[in-house]
Design a protein around this ligand. Structure first.
Ligand SMILES: *Cc1c(COP(=O)(O)O)cnc(C)c1O
Length: 393
C-alpha cells in the first residue's frame, strides 16, 4: 500500500516513519547534532546539494523530518517545515515571503503575540499590517493594497470563537494576487483542513492540540513546495528549528489527535449547552451551538466545533474571578489544547495589555471567561463549574 493513499488517521499513525536496522516499532528519536559522511567526496556532495541527506540538525534531522512529513500529509500539503515555536512559524513565514515595503492584512482577532509581531515588530523592517474584523468580508477587500502579499487569520477566533469563511477569503486573496495564511491551531487537521479550502499556507502552534498534553513548545508551517522552500531557507539559515526531542513528542501527539479532538469537541458541546441554561450566565460563545452567528458555516467547514468555549457571567470581573477561584479541578492558566481543562479571564490576562476601549471594541468584556475543555469525565468538569455558579448572587 502506497503511503500517499492512506486515509487521515493512518497518516497520523504511520506516515514518514523510516525504520532503522534495529527494527523498532515506535519512531526512533535521533538526538544528534551532526552526521558522519562515508568519505570526503560524500561530504562535499551533501554540502553542495548534489546529494540529498543529513548534514546538521539545524536543518536535517530524521525525527523532525518524520514529524514534518506526517503533518504535511494530514493537512494535505506538499511540504511542512517545523519550527521551535508557533511564533517562530509565523516569523519564518513572514521573513520567507515578505520584503521591506510589503503589506499584510490580518484579522484583529488573532493571538496576542501575533498582533505584536505583525503590527509592531515587522513595522521596524518596513512591513505594514492592517487589521480588520474577521467576519467582515468588505473590510478585508477594502484593506487590500497593491503591495499586499497575504491575508492572515485564525478561525475559530480566540476567545469569541467567531468563524470566517476560508474558501471565500481564499478567493478574495487570489483575485488580488495574494496568499491566504491560516493559523489552524484551534481546529488542527483533525477538524479543519484550510489547504483543501484554498488557503496557501497553514500555521501551527504544535504547543497546543498537536502535543495535546502540555509538554513541549513547537510550531510548523505547511503548504506548497515553492512557498515552503522560502520558509525553509529562513529556518535553515536563521536557526529557529524544532528540537528532535520535541518533534518526537509531537509525532506521538499526532497519532491520537483525531480521537482527542473528537473527545474535546464532545465535552465542549455538552458544556456549552449546559452553560446556556444557567441563569448566572448572559451569553455563551461556541460554534457548535445553534445560537452561534456562524453555526452553519462552522459545521460545513469543520467536522466538529473544537474544545474552546467562552461565556459572559453576570456581574463583570468580580463575578468572573469568583467563578474562576471557586474551581478545584480546572487549571487556572491561559494555556489551551491540553488534556487538562483550563480556565482563564481574558480581559486581565491574554488581553490585559489592551486599553479598556480596545477590549470593548474586540468584545472582550470584563465578565468573559474562557475554558479550554479537556478530557476529564464531562460530569466532573460540569460539577466543578456548577459549584461556583451556585455561589453567584
Ligand atoms: C499559542 C498560539 C500561537 C503561538 O504559539 P507558541 O507555540 O506559543 O509560540 C500562535 N497562534 C495561536 C492561535 C496560538 O494559540
Amino acid at each position: 500500500m502506497n503511503e500517499k493513499d492512506y486515509k487521515s488517521a493512518t497518516h497520523a499513525v504511520r506516515t514518514g516513519q523510516v525504520r532503522t536496522h534495529e527494527g523498532e516499532n515506535s519512531e526512533a528519536l535521533f538526538l544528534t547534532s551532526s552526521y558522519v559522511f562515508a568519505n570526503a567526496a560524500e561530504a562535499a556532495a551533501r554540502f553542495s546539494g548534489d546529494e540529498l541527506g543529513n548534514i546538521y540538525s539545524r536543518f536535517t534531522n530524521p525525527t523532525v523530518r518524520n514529524f514534518e512529513q506526517r503533518l504535511a500529509a494530514m493537512e494535505g500539503g506538499e511540504r511542512c517545515v517545523a519550527t521551535a515555536s508557533g511564533m517562530a512559524a509565523i516569523l519564518c513565514t513572514c521573513l520567507g515571503l515578505l520584503k521591506a515595503g510589503d503589506h499584510i492584512v490580518a484579522s484583529r482577532s488573532i493571538f496576542g503575540s501575533t498582533v505584536m509581531l505583525l503590527g509592531t515588530l515587522l513595522a521596524k523592517f518596513g512591513i505594514d499590517t492592517s487589521f480588520v474584523e474577521l467576519t467582515d468580508m468588505e473590510a478585508w477587500q477594502a484593506a487590500i493594497r497593491p503591495n499586499t502579499r497575504f491575508l492572515f487569520l485564525e478561525t475559530p477566533s480566540n476567545p469569541l470563537t467567531e468563524v470566517a469563511d476560508i474558501q471565500q477569503l481564499a478567493d478574495v486573496a487570489h483575485r488580488h494576487d495574494c496568499w491566504l495564511v491560516v493559523d489552524n491551531c484551534f481546529c488542527t487537521p483533525a477538524l479543519q483542513r484550510p489547504l483543501q479550502l484554498g488557503a496557501d499556507i497553514v500555521i501551527h502552534s504544535a504547543t497546543k492540540y498537536l502535543d495535546g498534553q502540555g509538554r513541549c513548545i513547537g510550531g510548523a508551517v505547511v503548504g506548497g513546495q515553492e512557498l515552503l522552500n522560502d520558509v525553509f531557507g529562513i529556518v535553515r539559515t536563521a536557526g529557529p528549528s524544532m528540537s528532535p526531542f520535541n518533534a518526537w513528542i509531537f509525532l506521538k501527539g499526532l497519532e491520537t489527535l483525531k480521537i482527542r479532538m473528537k473527545a474535546h469537541s464532545e465535552n465542549a458541546l455538552m458544556l456549552a449547552q449546559w452553560l446556556e441554561t444557567q441563569a448566572a450566565i448572559d451569553r455563551v460563545y461556541y460554534p457548535g451551538l445553534a445560537s452561534h452567528p456562524q453555526h452553519t458555516l462552522a459545521m460545513q467547514q469543520q467536522s466538529a466545533a473544537g474544545g474552546l468555549v467562552s461565556f459572559v457571567v453576570k456581574g463583570g470581573q468580580t463575578a468572573a474571578w469568583r467563578l474562576i477561584d471557586s474551581t478545584q479541578l480546572l487549571s487556572i492558566t491561559a494555556n489551551l489544547g491540553d488534556t487538562k481543562t483550563t480556565i482563564t479571564h481574558p480581559a486581565s490576562t491574554t488581553h490585559g495589555r489592551l486599553t479598556p476601549e480596545q477590549r470593548e471594541d474586540s468584545g472582550i468584556s470584563d465578565g468573559l471567561v474562557r475554558i479550554s475543555v479537556g478530557l476529564e469525565d464531562y460530569q466532573d468538569i460540569q460539577a466543578d463549574l456548577n459549584n461556583g455558579l451556585m455561589m453567584m448572587p
